[in-house]
Design a binder for this molecule. Structure first.
Ligand code: ADP
Length: 550
């Protein structure tokens, strides 16, 4: 049956259902005879995209539009409640609905409710649904209330979402209040919008609303205010987070304690609206590190003092060594001179054992001479003025080779320089250094193997990895001297550089035990390092690392 009623034109599914329904069997009769007020109201409803429901007449017959349709869900009242009495249509919630309808029908008043829970049977079950709605009277031609128009939205989702939000905020507050770390949110004038309990208690403010920007200014240490203003200002400028350390007054004691504050400006739609942040009490760490720093300062000063004293003592000692060896030369020279005279004129007159003893006196005097010479040059390495010049290693080696000519020839030795280099040094000291090392290599050669000495150089880039006293930025030259001599036990690798340290007896090899001490001193004078490695009966390697330029 498809009847044509203009007021039921359009209206989507509900319009069609109303047109198709056989109203003749209901007390309302055919739509043709429906009162004008009902027709107009239905026409408005069917054309509205807003959910609407109409209770009409004494029995409150039910009408609703397409927009209302989803509210009824599936497996529920739709479509059977169309034209049904209100009490039957809404039996599950009639006790809630009827009193409201009565207010409208009996008093002619409108009702508006927000987020009211009224249960409804839909989707095959009873559901608790929240509604925001208005009930308004629809009057007939005589001015009597003959219907109630319900305009409604299902706000369940919004109500539940808000409830979830409140719950999550409650939980956040609970957790935040348990935290000893401050958690805070401010507006852009640093007035607190949210603060956890730890911060409120520390500062001694009861309510967040009393925690204005001025309170911050009152509790931050006056000396640190500048840091705070600049830090916050820069964070806004850079639109980035910040970490600041400053002191804040504890209400309870009136003392300032150190805090590490991490924060960030808050932006909404590109506008700065405040700050959000946390703060941790670092007073204990801070005072500990302050204490540590003071201790380190004191120790450093003490160390510097002892260094100064040591240096002064060293100087004294050196000048003593210099003076004494210098003064010793005089009587020694006399011994040598007179023994030479004796040798020339009276030697023959001595008995055989007298001759032996006399020779021993002479050799002891000669040894003393070389000891004094070595001691003198050892003390001189420090006291003499250092004038640096660029020298070519090959020239120095040629020079030293000439000096060592006799020993070298005598032992059929060979000195090979693989790669020369230029280096800025104090020439006579550097010459002595090379001389001492090369003469040792010849002296400590194996008795049955001719000495072969190889000298090589290389440029060192990251010198710090060799020795922490060297600087990575500087360019260093590494000079390696390798010999095939008697070598030495690795455990003495450092000891041999000490004054008077000898691994071999005077009977085996002549020497004073000062040569390598001089070498080390010269290397140090050039801000370099020296090390030695050796293997008994296999040879030794001496490695010098010195700045290419001073
Ligand atoms: P010395 O006057 O005894 O040569 P040095 O200070 O020059 O004094 O050397 C100290 C000691 O180191 C030497 O006595 C020797 O035992 C050892 N030594 C030095 N150079 C070499 C080398 N090239 N091969 C083996 N041993 C060496």
């Amino acid at each position: 049956m498809n009847k044509k009623f203009h007021f039921l034109d359009d209206g989507g599914e509900m319009g069609r259902l109303m047109r198709e329904k056989d109203w003749s069997l209901t007390p309302l009769g055919e739509p043709n005879g429906w009162p004008q007020s009902l027709r107009i109201t239905l026409n408005i409803m069917l054309n509205s995209p807003f959910p609407m429901f109409l209770f009409w007449g004494n029995t409150l017959k039910s009408f609703y539009n397409d927009a209302y349709r989803p509210i009824l869900g599936d497996d529920g009242k739709h479509p059977k409640i169309l034209g049904l009495n209100g009490k039957e249509a809404w039996s599950e919630s009639w006790s809630d609905v009827e009193p409201m309808l009565k207010i409208v029908t009996e008093k002619g008043e409108s009702i508006w409710k927000e987020n009211l829970m009224v249960p409804i049977f839909r989707n095959g079950q009873m559901e608790d649904v929240y509604w925001t709605f208005s009930y308004s009277p629809v009057k007939d031609e005589a001015g009597c209330v003959s219907g109630v128009l319900v305009i409604v939205t299902d706000t369940t989702e919004a109500v539940l979402a808000e409830r979830r939000l409140k719950e999550s905020e409650r939980r956040f507050r609970e957790v935040a209040n348990l935290s000893p770390v401050w958690i805070w949110i401010t507006d852009n004038e640093i007035n607190i919008q949210y603060s956890n309990r730890a911060l409120l208690e520390y500062v001694g403010v009861e309510n967040e609303s009393d925690f204005t920007g001025q309170v911050w200014i009152d509790v931050v240490h006056p000396d640190d205010l500048d840091i705070v203003f600049k830090g916050f200002g820069k964070a806004v400028e850079d639109e980035s987070g910040f970490t600041l350390e400053y002191r804040v007054k504890r209400k309870e004691t009136g003392n300032y304690e150190w805090f590490k504050v991490l924060g960030a400006p808050k932006f909404e739609e590109g506008k700065m609206v405040g700050f959000i942040g946390t703060a941790m009490n670092i007073d204990k760490q801070k005072s500990f590190s302050d204490h540590l720093k003071k201790e380190v300062d004191i120790r450093t000063r003490e160390l510097a003092d002892s260094n100064d004293k040591l240096e002064a003592m060293n100087k004294e000692l050196q000048s003593f060594a210099y003076i004494s060896s210098h003064d010793l030369q005089e009587p020694l020279r006399k011994i040598q001179m007179f023994s030479e005279v004796l040798m020339e004129n009276e030697f023959d007159k001595l008995s055989t054992s007298g001759k032996v003893k006399f020779e021993k006196i002479q050799s002891a005097a000669n040894r003393m001479q070389s000891l004094i010479n070595d001691l003198l040059s050892y003390s001189r390495t420090d006291t003499e003025k250092r004038v640096f010049e660029i020298v070519d290693l090959k020239d120095v080696i040629t020079d030293v080779k000439n000096d060592l000519g006799d020993e070298l020839n005598h032992k059929h030795g060979k000195i090979t320089l693989l790669k020369s280099c230029k280096i800025e040094v104090v020439p006579f000291q550097f010459r002595q250094l090379m001389y001492n090392l090369l003469s040792n290599s010849i002296k400590y050669a194996k008795s049955d193997v001719s000495p072969e000495i190889i000298i090589d150089t290389a440029i060192v880039k990251n010198a710090k990895s060799i020795d922490s006293s060297l600087k990575n930025k500087k360019e260093y030259v590494q000079i390696t001297i390798t010999d095939n001599g008697i070598g030495f036990d690795e455990q003495f690798a450092e000891k041999i550089f000490e004054v008077f340290q000898r691994l071999h007896s005077r009977q085996e090899y002549v020497g004073t035990g000062i040569g390598l001490a001089i070498v080390k001193k010269i290397v140090q004078n050039h801000f370099g390092v020296i090390s030695a490695t050796g293997k008994l009966n296999e040879g030794s390697v001496f490695v010098i690392v010195m700045p290419k330029a001073q």
